[in-house]
Design a protein around this ligand. Structure first.
Ligand code: SF4
Length: 372
């Protein structure tokens, strides 16, 4: 049985405590229990020794407070936000894409291909996210289908370019969030939510009323409208923008919009103004702030270096995941138009970006990153 307890402690939440009563005449069991308690204490101590880039020697560690959306819900503000967000649907100006005259309240669709209600392609405890999100029980990922960008290298084109998955009412979306909470996830991770902000805000009061208490992560491609972000102020705990490219010629060619760089800079600055730098609980799980992703692409190292320098200007305490897992996909493979994107990224390219980031003053990197 003690071996089973060790396994459970290791595989789930190591923060266990052992309470025992001595059993007269069974010193062997007492010894084993004492050994187990010592082992767990060591595990707990190990787990709370957080890396400097996450904890900042304690200055980024906080005692968790209830998520902001609960306070807004109690004040009646969350429903007001949802109503204001619903107005953005007709004509749709939920994101920054210049769709004109699209009435999503009447279920018309624009570039994102999503009408009145959100479609969810999948939802599950995600163990592949950044450690500050996935922890040991997973990040509660809700993958919305549809997207306002046309990244030619998209690895999720099967869900980003069509309304995959069921259409969910606000109540059904709230139920998805609650199910992820019931599964033990550390947070609700809204993946590609920029075109369904009203739908998320409509679901939240229902979820809050039914007991949702997890932090909200807004996992975005950063082509967000400032009006939508303003409605999320105090609602979202962790913003996680994936900054792609800044150069208008590159974004026109590879993302389908020329103004991505300008829009993303404004959006990420607004996100940072709302939530500040990443803060974690004593277990190293994100409780608030900004986590930035950036995927290094083949031959575009200089573009990546411009992005990390800009991030350092925003705050040198920005927590950054410089991603090296680019692989060609979608139109890069199905057309002949992007031969320059068919390569893999080299170690030297990624390291040059990390070096530029460090030179600019950034120092909080996702721990899975290789050292420079
Ligand atoms: S959310 Fe969709 S329909 Fe609305 S502006 Fe953006 S891309 Fe167009």
């Amino acid at each position: 049985m003690l071996d089973t307890l060790r396994y459970v402690a290791h595989e789930t939440d190591v923060r266990l405590e052992v309470t025992t009563l001595p059993i007269p005449g069974r010193n062997d069991i007492d010894t084993e229990v004492a050994e187990l308690a010592s082992w767990i204490a060591n595990m707990n101590a190990e787990a709370t020794r957080l890396p400097a880039e996450i904890a900042g020697d304690g200055r980024f560690v906080v005692d968790p407070e209830p998520p902001g959306y609960l306070r807004l819900h109690e004040a009646g503000e969350l429903r007001i936000r949802a109503e204001a967000a619903r107005d953005l649907l007709a004509p749709c100006r939920v994101c920054q894409r210049p769709c004109r005259g699209v009435d999503r309240l009447a279920d018309e669709v624009g570039a994102c291909r999503i009408g009145r209600y959100a479609h969810v392609a999948s939802a599950f405890p995600h163990l592949g996210e950044e450690e500050v999100l996935r922890g040991w029980r997973g990040s509660g990922a809700v993958f919305f289908s549809g997207c306002n960008l046309r990244c030619v290298f998209c690895q999720n084109a099967d869900i980003s370019q069509r309304a995959a998955g069921p259409e969910l009412s606000p109540g059904e979306l709230a139920a998805v969030m609650l199910a992820l909470q019931a599964e033990g996830c550390h947070n609700i991770n809204l993946v590609t939510p920029e075109h369904v902000v009203p739908q998320v805000l409509e679901a939240l009061p229902i979820a809050a009323e039914a007991g949702l208490t997890l932090p909200l992560v807004y996992n975005t491609s950063a082509y967000d409208a400032l009006d939508s972000l303003a409605l999320l102020d105090g609602v979202v705990d962790v913003y996680m923008p994936d900054i792609k490219l800044f150069d208008p010629w590159l974004t026109r060619s590879y993302l389908g919009v020329h103004d991505y760089g300008e829009v993303a800079r404004q959006a990420v600055a607004a996100m940072h103004a709302q939530v500040g730098d990443l803060i974690v609980d004593r277990h190293g799980i994100a409780r608030g702030g900004l986590v930035v992703r950036h995927l290094v692409m083949p031959g575009l190292g200089a573009a990546s270096q411009a992005i990390v320098r800009w991030l350092a200007e925003l705050s040198t305490d920005t927590f950054v995941n410089v991603m090296d897992q680019y692989r060609p996909d979608w139109k890069v493979l199905t057309t002949e138009r992007y031969p320059e994107l068919r390569d893999r990224v080299t170690r030297a390219e990624v390291d040059a970006v990390l070096t530029a980031a460090r030179d600019a003053g950034l120092w909080r990197f996702d721990r899975r990153r290789r050292p420079v």
